[in-house]
Design a protein around this ligand. Sequence first.
Ligand code: SF4
Length: 341
Amino acid sequence: MYGALDKSFIWAVKYPFDKRSIELLVDLEISLEEILSDRSFLQEANKKLKVILEEGRVPPIINGNPYRSFVIFYLQVLIVKATENSFVERRFIDAYSKFSSSFLLKENEENIKVLAKNLGINVKLYEINGEYYYGVPFYEFIKFTRKLSDKFWKIYYFPVDKGFVLLNKRNIVRLLQEAIRIRLFEIFFSIKATPKKIYSIAQDLIKEVRDIIPRNETQLKRDFITKDHRLYPPCIKYLLNNIDKGLSHSERFTLVTFLNAMGYKKEEIIQLFNLTPDFNEKMTRYQVEHILGLRGGKTRYSIPSCRKIVSYGFCKADDTCRRYSIIHPLKYVFLKKGPRK
Ligand code: SF4
């Protein structure tokens, strides 16, 4: 029989991105140094990553230690992030979303409901002729199925009850697989920096799997990069619209980090600030280079989270921000544009 902690780890192995699993990881208070001090963790992480990248599937866990498998998942996430390669990241995410949904197919209704809730989808259970159906709010159905190429995912193929689209088990799991992909992308967004040691491990991995990486994907090239301002969140649009009135330090900082993530070059960003009333090219160049990690300690700063932007006072949340509980400005672009499949 499994104890409560074992069960938590088993859940965490199946659904490592889940809120409960992340809480478990925090409770472990395990440091990266500790993990890296045991070389076997790294060896196992690398071995699994090679299978994931070469075969597009997560290798099965046979008689594994769930604690170990769970920790290794996060070690793999750090390595993948450090590769700075969108192909590697996407392949990892796709493999893990399929891996988790294969377990979901075997879960009972309540567990599916809990996992869906933790992914931000409030599922309503229906029992019809002794079979369970999962009611998904209409807008969530659209959000998670709009990128599925199969014609089958048209709303008129499904029964609808008071704004809920009714799905059978197989279909709710397929929809949740999409939600899991998005959650995994969010986890990657949220990693601010990767330790140097992980970076060199990641580079070794890239060398080993170079043959399977498409030529045009050897650099990090986020699929959601865009210079189309219509896809930017309202806080960023507000900053862009108010450059000519002058921006505070935190506003400038946010705008520079965001535009850089969207593919703007240093010179383009500096030129944008040309519109500010107190424009001083030397000073602007210094500040922009500092934020982009080209000066001083060479720290490359990340875009502030929504929570920070709220505290800075220029969050201008719209319906999309509220409906999807946006926690990071990049997530807004991600939702509007969507990751490439
Ligand atoms: S919720 Fe986030 S993305 Fe939306 S306006 Fe506020 S800070 Fe920007």
